[in-house]
Design a protein around this ligand. Structure first.
Ligand SMILES: Cc1cc2nc3c(=O)[nH]c(=O)nc-3n(C[C@H](O)[C@H](O)[C@H](O)COP(=O)(O)OP(=O)(O)OC[C@H]3O[C@@H](n4cnc5c(N)ncnc54)[C@H](O)[C@@H]3O)c2cc1C
Ligand SMILES: *[C@@H]1O[C@H](CO)[C@@H](O)[C@H](O)[C@H]1NC(C)=O
Length: 500
């Protein structure tokens, strides 16, 4: 049997999982199985903004044509702007235009995922629905090419050579991977390390909830003619709250995400259902006293849903043995960089580039490493395992950087960054229930000074975004492939171990 062939199982058919399946299918000696717990590939009825870097990945995968039917693909030279406004007062005002080189494209999630699933090749990719992974078992270290056993909730089992956990924030793969890593740490006598790792695995509440809704532009136009949200993205900001809106689907719909935060509760567990439909009155009460532009938008959302925003990470690794994590399974970040899906796409692209490289094979080779006492130790490995290590070395720092910047943006957007505190809001909103924040007096020089500080804050936010247009995923892909070549060159030739 040829040992070049290998079999990849992807757990989860969301944006990350399906992107990986499409990208892996470029190499025909890889067999791909996607296991999805739902009865079909689905996404929620909300918007998702993808940065131009993600669009470039979609183009590289041959998906530009079908996807460009779903959005207005603006020219890359167009410097799209996101408007930043103080919104938590009756007279709001714009203080910053975040010029966004190359812009972003806003999709309806369901359309986007549907386009991916329609373009899933059927030849080497098999989709399995109603399959919830419960756990898996790694073969012993002495059998480097024995299969990984998968266990599903319906009692069935399956096998694979490489396991990709693309199963979202509540990832079953992540849970098992970290239990294995912790057990390995304990076996080496470092129990503390194992305990520390296990504490990172479960999602934690960010302290924020987000009310989500999608509004037909025609509906907004009827009560607020010419509303600026129909033309471009806006961030309406206030103390502990902000509202992100942007048009999508050829400017027919507006996506609304209204955040309310209790920063002191970051890291606790949300007390309530993680997603819940709530009465419109709850949403309107949260933004009482905000400018009319905001309340008009919110009035158009008849049935808002409230989401507890949970996070996972930064995790120290996305890889153990022949198992890797991608997307929210690896790094569930807050949405304040609008980049969770974009990072899932980049993970999938770079992982697939490594796995489809001709030097990645499942042929056992012997290598020498040093054990804990510094003595040389002979080990059997495959270049495939090296590819997974390179994926981790490249993607773990990159996506965790975005995760950290996303958290900082969340603080900046709601005046909780100590460098730009609440006193910035120049016009006070006296008499609002529960508003005891220390605000500026709103007179004369103070207003000008505060506006100057707001502009500085805008520049700080822009700096946090720079990673998104200063490089491309392609650069990381080249770096990953170079690193793989270097690592593989250090491994001596194949050994006489038979594939099993
Ligand atoms: C309010 C909000 C706004 C956002 N806006 C943006 C944005 O504008 N731009 C952006 O880039 N990102 C945004 N994000 C983040 C983005 O939604 C996520 O990062 C992205 O959807 C993650 O994709 P994924 O494929 O990793 O996981 P998911 O989309 O969660 O997919 C996981 C899949 O795995 C399946 N699954 C789960 N467990 C199992 C199991 N045990 N066995 C089998 N299948 C399983 C699930 O059914 C699902 O289909 C936003 C997030 C929020 C909360
Ligand atoms: C992938 O599909 C091609 C074309 O049908 C086929 O020749 C090849 O054997 C398939 N590969 C695997 C791993 O099944």
């Amino acid at each position: 049997m040829s040992t070049n062939k290998f079999h990849v199982a992807i757990i989860g058919g969301g944006i990350g999982g399906l992107t990986a399946a499409i990208a892996l299918s470029k190499r025909t000696d890889i067999q791909v199985d996607v296991y999805e717990t739902a009865h079909k590939y689905t996404e929620i009825g909300a918007g998702v903004r993808l940065r131009r870097r993600s669009w470039h990945v979609m183009r590289a995968l041959g998906l530009e044509e079908p996807l460009s039917q779903l959005v207005d693909v603006t020219s890359e030279d167009e410097r799209a702007a996101f408007t930043f406004r103080m919104g938590d007062q009756t007279e709001g005002f714009t203080f910053f235009q975040l010029e966004n080189p190359m812009g972003a494209l806003a999709f309806h999630r369901a359309d986007f995922l549907q386009a991916l699933s329609t373009h899933l090749p059927t030849e080497n990719v098999t989709s399995h629905f109603c399959k919830r992974l419960i756990s898996y078992t790694l073969p012993p270290l002495s059998s480097p090419t024995a299969p990984i056993a998968l266990n599903f909730k319906d009692g069935t089992t399956s096998e694979c050579d490489v396991l990709i956990g693309a199963d979202g924030i509540h990832s079953a793969v992540r849970g098992k991977m970290y239990r294995d890593i912790a057990a390995a740490a304990e076996a080496r006598g470092i129990d503390e390390e194992g305990k520390r790792l296990l504490e990172m695995v479960d999602p934690k509440w960010s302290g924020s909830v987000a009310y989500r809704g999608v509004i037909p532009c025609a509906k907004l136009e009827a009560i607020s003619p010419g509303h600026r949200a129909m033309e471009g993205g806006v961030n309406y900001m206030g103390q502990d709250k902000h509202v992100i809106v942007f048009p999508m689907v050829h400017k027919k719909l507006i996506n609304v995400v209204a955040f309310c935060s209790e920063p002191s509760k970051e890291g606790t567990t949300f007390d309530g259902q993680s997603v819940q439909e709530v009465p419109q009155s709850e949403l309107l009460e949260q933004y009482a006293g905000w400018e009319k532009e905001v309340t008009d938008l919110l009035k158009c959302i008849e049935k808002p849903s409230r989401w507890a925003i949970d996070t996972v990470g930064p995790l120290p690794t996305f890889n153990f043995g022949r198992v890797v994590l991608l997307g929210d399974a690896a790094h569930a970040m807050t949405p304040h960089q609008g980049s969770g899906a974009g990072q899932a796409i980049e993970d999938a692209y770079i992982l697939s580039a490594l796995l489809t490289s001709p030097i990645t094979t499942f042929t056992p080779r012997s290598t020498t490493t040093t054990d804990t006492n510094g003595n040389p130790e002979r080990q059997i490995t495959t270049t495939l395992e090296e590819a997974l290590k390179v994926y981790d070395a490249i993607r773990q720092p990159a996506s965790n950087d975005v995760l950290r910047l996303s958290r900082i943006n969340g603080l900046l957007y709601e005046f909780n960054d100590p460098r730009f505190p609440a006193a910035l809001s120049p016009v006070p909103n006296p008499g609002l229930p529960g508003d005891d924040s220390d605000r500026g007096t709103g007179t004369g020089d103070d207003v000008e000074k505060d506006k100057e500080r707001l502009k500085q804050m805008g520049e700080e936010i822009k700096k946090n975004w720079e990673w998104a247009w200063s490089a491309d995923a392609e650069k990381q892909k080249d770096e990953a492939l170079r690193m793989l070549e270097e690592r593989v060159a250090r491994i001596p030739g194949r050994v006489g171990v038979h594939d099993n």
